[in-house]
Design a protein around this ligand. Structure first.
Ligand SMILES: Cc1cc2nc3c(=O)[nH]c(=O)nc-3n(C[C@H](O)[C@H](O)[C@H](O)COP(=O)(O)OP(=O)(O)OC[C@H]3O[C@@H](n4cnc5c(N)ncnc54)[C@H](O)[C@@H]3O)c2cc1C
Length: 354
């Protein structure tokens, strides 16, 4: 029997191992619920060359480094982690959920969907992500103070971001790349009343510096405009296949509908992070993961038993506590013993002897 088969039943299964899913998993695991995280990898956090807006994490930390530390933390507390893609989700007759991935199949009492979204990419030429191509306004606008900036797209969001960037710089071009603008007449009037250059020519080439940063786009008529960086605004593909298989309600914009604690319209299914409405930011995703994790604990914890449960199932006896699973109980005892052990100095004697 393989390791995954031995542990294929969990209280909580988290799909997606970005900041939202890993935070939910840290909470459910430390609150005593056997948890598995199944993550394909390569989500939005993994695209970060450096991290902004996360207090306690320095800017030079890449997305992959950030996620690696978080995965280690989750595992340390006793959660299982599988690098895999979940293709199927169904509700079983007993009210639990079965998730089918390529190499693992798990059954869980509660599912947390933290599957994020994929940014729609315009056609090349495009600079490298983080070197002139930027996907996160609230993360990266700061680095363009007093720099020439492009915004690409033809919709309302492209026009809005172009005008928003005027809070940071006085050089903003809105590049439609030869496509018809789709923003409203009202937005057109608003644009005309702001110092944004709308450029309708297609981009055919670009110039980059030795450090890899974008320096300019070249247009179909041979003209060249200098830029430090910018934002493509072509929308988001929300990863909601599993939510749809489970019958979870979606919002009109494609996000998963949730309440303030990440509960979806299906009992036992939560959703957090970029796949739900809200600001697409790591601290927000982590906050949603934390709230959902605590919410899952409220739903799954065994004690206190209600008076109704005591009447139907009897009083809680001392041999039934603690409620935490044997596996997590042992892991917690080991973890707490490690944390309590005095540090060992290089001579091999503990500093407590000094
Ligand atoms: C280039 C870039 C830079 C950014 N910089 C910052 C920044 O500096 N500061 C900041 O606060 N925010 C930043 N953001 C935003 C931030 O990355 C996101 O808000 C955050 O990652 C959302 O977390 P998440 O867990 O919801 O989604 P993600 O990080 O996208 O993680 C979702 C995970 O779910 C997995 N997944 C999806 N479907 C399945 C499935 N069926 N089975 C298994 N796994 C699945 C994906 O593979 C992925 O690993 C940036 C975003 C981008 C794109």
């Amino acid at each position: 029997m393989t390791d995954s088969e031995r542990h294929d039943e969990y209280e909580v299964a988290v799909v997606g191992g970005g900041p939202a899913g890993l935070t939910a998993a840290v909470y459910t695991t430390r609150l005593g619920h056997d948890t598995v995280v199944i993550n394909r990898g390569g989500g939005r956090a993994a695209m970060m060359l450096d991290t902004h807006n996360v207090i306690g994490v320095t800017e030079d930390v890449s997305g992959n480094e950030f996620l690696q530390t978080a995965q280690e933390q989750v595992r340390e507390y006793g959660a299982d982690y599988h690098r895999d893609f979940v293709e199927g989700a169904e509700r079983l007759d007993d009210g639990r959920f079965r998730l089918t991935a390529n190499d693992v199949e798990v059954v869980a009492d509660h599912v947390v969907l933290a599957t994020g979204f994929s940014d729609v990419r315009p056609d090349p030429p495009l600079p490298r992500t983080g070197r002139g191509l930027h996907w996160c306004l609230h993360c990266d606008a700061y680095m363009f103070v007093d720099q020439p900036v492009w915004v690409m797209g033809t919709g309302e969001s492209a026009a809005a971001v172009a005008m928003i960037m005027l809070n940071f710089t006085d050089e903003v071009d809105l590049l439609t790349r030869g496509d018809e603008p789709e923003w409203s007449e009202e937005t057109q009037r608003q644009l005309e009343a702001h110092p944004v250059d709308v450029v309708h020519k297609e981009v055919t080439d670009m110039e980059k510096g030795e450090d890899g940063w974008l320096e300019a786009f070249v247009f179909e008529d041979g003209t060249r405009r200098a830029y430090r960086g910018g934002f493509p605004m072509y929308g988001s593909d929300y990863n909601t296949d599993l939510a749809e298989q489970l019958g979870v309600e979606l919002n009109d914009d494609g996000t998963i509908a949730v309440d303030d604690h990440g509960r979806t319209t299906v009992e036992g299914v939560s959703a957090v992070g970029d796949v739900v409405p809200g600001h697409n930011q790591i601290p927000v995703a982590m906050g949603q993961g934390a709230k959902a994790g605590i919410g899952v604990h409220y739903r799954l914890r065994k004690y206190p038993r209600s008076l109704e449960e005591i009447e139907s199932g009897g009083e809680v006896t001392s041999d039934q506590v603690p409620g935490i699973s044997q596996r997590l109980r042992e892991r917690a005892r080991e973890h707490n013993a490690d944390a309590a052990a005095p540090p060992v100095d290089t001579e091999g004697t503990s500093s407590a002897d000094d």
